[in-house]
Design a protein around this ligand. Sequence first.
Ligand code: 3HC
Length: 311
Amino acid sequence: GPYDPEAAFEETIARDQRIEPRDWMPDAYRATLVRQIAQHAHSEIIGMQPEGEWITRAPSLRRKAILFAKVQDEAGHGLYLYSAAETLGADRADLTRRLIDGRQKYSSIFNYPTRTFADVGVIGWFVDGAAICNQVPLCRTSYGPYGRAMVRVCKEESFHQRQGYELLLTMMRGTDEQRAMVQDAVDRWWWPSLMMFGPPDDDSPNSARSMAWGIKRHSNDQLRQRFVDMTVPQAEKLGVTLPDPELRWNEERGHHDFGTPDWEELKRVVSGDGPCNTERIARRRAAHEEGAWVREAAAAYAAKQAVRARE
Ligand code: 3HC
């Protein structure tokens, strides 16, 4: 019979194949992808701030160069993801406006302060480690451009995690004061890192549909568990204690049992009431306003080029 775009969409999803920009897709599929990809991009861009504060204060040229490269990578990840959102008809300037006006979210984890240089190591170890747990399955997400962007992002994330862990190994071989700095950073970043994976599955309004459409490949709790299981042996090797008295290996489950994150804290931070939300958005707004002349100049130049090309 006649070509039925809706049946074609369902068939493609059922066969675990890719939806591409020009394929027909339900409006709700498009909308939830713009939502997730835009907020993923916002997270990368805001995520430059906590570490960026330490570029000028890095303890050596080597540490400065590594940190600088990592922050630049995050800017690039943001640009990949805004481009992926644009393939769905989103407008980058509109998305930036929504972030600055608080109408779109970014990851809660970037609303916590970076108090010492050990935070740079723990962010690499926990935050980029969590990002890897979350982003590797996203390489197989049903929307083509998003999955392909994730393949490139994941290649750089493993460097981000390794440099962080290596920095901590160095500090743990240093003085008692350095070891205390590492443990202090671990204590401050452990629970917020578990919250990166989102609310518990029974309080996750987007998960059911996201998984039915092959956008999300594992639930929030499954990826959180994978991150805990991956990180516990690394903490033992490093010689730090994870701040959870309920954390223990459960032989029957073949996973670690662990305590319950403070979901009220996640709700507060997501709704704008975290330690650094105001500062992060103010910094983003200022950068956007200070950069307006560059965007205008580039647009004017492109317009002149277009006229010349037609002469
Ligand atoms: N911070 C901020 N908002 C969060 C959040 C968090 N830690 N966890 C969940 N939320 C929001 C969701 O966006 C959703 O709000 P919305 O409907 O307005 O978008 C609401 O809370 C309910 O959560 P759900 O579980 O129903 O939402 P999702 O199905 O979208 O799952 C997610 C949330 C797991 C973050 C998913 O969106 C996702 O996998 N996103 C892509 C990865 C990503 O954004 N990672 C952010 C970390 S930054 C990063 O990885 C970069 C690296 O360089 C550090």
